[in-house]
Design a protein around this ligand. Sequence first.
Ligand SMILES: Cc1ncc(C[n+]2csc(CCOP(=O)(O)OP(=O)(O)O)c2C)c(N)n1
Length: 278
Amino acid sequence: VDIHQLEGWARRIRQRILAMGCLAGGTHFGPSFSAAEILAVLYGAILNVHPGNIESEDRDRFVLSKGHASAALLAALAEKKILDPETLRSYCREGSPYGGHLDMLKVKGVEASTGALGHGFGFACGMAYAAKLRGKPYRTYVLLGDGECQEGSVWETAMCASQQGLDRLVAVIDYNRLQGMGFVSDICKLEPFGARWKSFGWGVREVNGHDLAEIYDALAKTPLEKDRPTAIIARTVKGKGVSFMENKAIWHYRLPNEEELRTACRELAIEDIERILS
Ligand SMILES: Cc1ncc(C[n+]2csc(CCOP(=O)(O)OP(=O)(O)O)c2C)c(N)n1
């Protein structure tokens, strides 16, 4: 795998997130930036999905269960040329197919309408179960937030997936330690997180969620354990890439002011933000 190429993917995903969010007058910047490398590896090197097979039943599936990171998914779909980057200028505008949470009936490449935390994971489990029942070769990948894992439905799905032996289901958890209003550990802690996934019958690996080679290595080796679904716990930084957004709950959803925008552009290597979505 070409890590240098994936670095370009992650950089352009972040640039598009900033441009889209600023044009829209706001988006979930922190949650979107934290997932940039995970999406770069998935769309750049793992998923068997491209403009030519997007309607094929055998394509791999990706479900963004932390649906509020819609800007990150749209940026990745544009990088994959499944949608035209120019159309992203309409993000969150009246009449646009692209809302703050994505609609699978309106956006090509979006496999599940998500936004209600805890639901996308069950949706993905159903897709993986369908593949098994019908002898289909595709794999199903799903991205969850760590705060999202406080939802009971996540653990119902985890039990169901291991009981059914869904070894082509891979859950990546964006473990950035923050949820909407504060630190996960202050609200309802998850640790011992890896041990919990293991006890639910999953193969587990922890990675640095901003290290492209580590993420790739883990994803390329799934299933980690025979006949078991895989959980990849990706340690990340919420807001990664823009210094003043990193690790700050306030940047879960906030619009940068003019000075902050200048700093963000500099740090994300954006020369002209007007030209990012073209
Ligand atoms: C069922 C449900 N409850 C509440 C919300 C509101 N909400 C949106 S994002 C968020 C925090 C998510 O935190 P986490 O899963 O850790 O993801 P992160 O933003 O840190 O990537 C909440 C509570 C929601 N979308 N769905």
